[in-house]
Ligand binder design. Structure first.
Ligand SMILES: [Zn+2]
Length: 353
């Protein structure tokens, strides 16, 4: 009897708890990620200094690299700067920009990457994608999944709460993204990877249904784990489908149409997910999502992030162009502008505007 199986690219270390940062060197040594302690650590040039002061004593063999920003040039500069050293791994210690730069640079010099996330603002902390600004705007680059993921909940608590809120929106949006994926399967026969869909949906459902709040370690653990599972789901699928549907198309459209006014990624995809769920005819699901987002202090209406109804409707109309070839409820309904405005008015009434 054949025993069929498959290997899933996934981190060998996932360490999520208060105080995890203090044990970073030991964990990396024990798990053979870095036995010599020779690490290239990327930090931000601003808030990174404080982290460095705190972590440097426990990483005596590390070299430190300040990263200017989140552009592809910053990532290439980082790769160039560290290619002359002999390192076991590259550590990205910081927020999304630092982790994305470190992922890209590590891939470029062929080293494994350790993600030490200092905030939970989105599901990129353990994903095989690096998002960097380039001359054409913003690009997504495929990279290996981090070999280790460390989240120190004590550090997460020090970051502004809006980062945690953003992560909640991104995790919950998985539920809508997977529903869009299944719609594409029903209508177009698009192949759904059941394992990737299961991991992404469970991550979203766990965050959606957890009774705790942004201040509890229990909730923050589930949120961190949800973001990790979302990233691995993308690795399994080989694309961002498990975590990105109409919710993300709407958010990308807001970013592109109103570049200087955009809210956080999680706020935008949260609204996008609740609205897309309404468009798919799942009234109850949409209302539950909106209630949970509100409970955590997230917006559910465009007006709450500074866009009037017409501006939001324009973004919904433009959204399919942000991900050509991706089939979601927006492409399925293909609503003319007037019908989008009417649907959004219905949504507003339904979630209690
Ligand atoms: Zn996202």
């Amino acid at each position: 009897m054949p025993v069929l199986t498959r290997l899933i690219p996934s981190p060998v270390v996932v360490d999520i708890r208060p105080g995890a940062l203090d044990d970073l060197a030991t964990v990396l040594a024990d798990q053979r990620v870095s036995q010599s302690g020779r690490l290239a650590v990327a930090i931000s040039s601003g808030s990174g200094a404080r982290l460095r002061e705190r972590v440097a004593p426990s990483l005596p063999g590390a070299d430190w690299f300040e990263v200017g920003g989140g552009t592809i040039d910053d990532a290439v500069r980082l790769a160039d700067a560290m290619k002359s050293g002999r390192y076991d791994a590259v550590v990205g210690l910081g927020g999304g920009k630092i982790i994305d730069c470190a992922k890209f640079a590590a891939a470029r010099v062929g080293l494994p990457m350790v993600a030490v996330a200092t905030n939970l603002s989105h599901d990129g902390i353990c994903s095989p994608v690096s998002i960097l600004d380039n001359d054409a705007g913003r690009g997504s680059y495929g990279v290996p999944t981090p070999i280790a993921l460390v989240v120190d909940l004590a550090v997460i608590r020090e970051a502004p709460i809006r980062f945690v809120r953003s992560g909640i929106g991104d995790a919950v949006s998985n539920i809508s993204a997977v529903a869009d994926w299944e719609l594409a399967h029903r209508v177009n026969g698009e192949r759904v990877d059941g394992l990737a869909a299961a991991m992404a949906r469970q991550a979203g459902e766990a965050v959606l249904r957890h009774p705790g709040g942004c201040g509890d370690d229990g909730f923050l653990t589930v949120l961190s784990e949800g973001l990790v599972l979302s990233g691995i789901a993308m690795s399994i699928a080989g694309h961002t489908r498990p975590s990105s549907g109409a919710c993300h198309e709407i958010s990308h459209a807001l970013d592109l149409l109103y570049p200087r006014r955009a809210a956080s990624h999680g706020e935008q995809v949260g609204i996008g997910a609740a609205f897309a769920t309404h468009l798919r005819g799942d009234e109850e699901g949409s209302r539950l999502m909106a209630d949970v987002l509100r409970r955590h202090g997230l917006p559910v209406l465009a007006g709450e992030i500074g866009f009037d109804d017409d501006e939001f409707a324009r973004a919904v109309e433009f959204a399919p162009q942000t991900r050509p070839g991706r089939y979601t409820i927006l492409e399925h309904l293909d609503l003319p502008p007037g019908r989008i405005r009417a649907a959004y008015a219905e949504y507003t009434a339904s979630v209690g505007g």
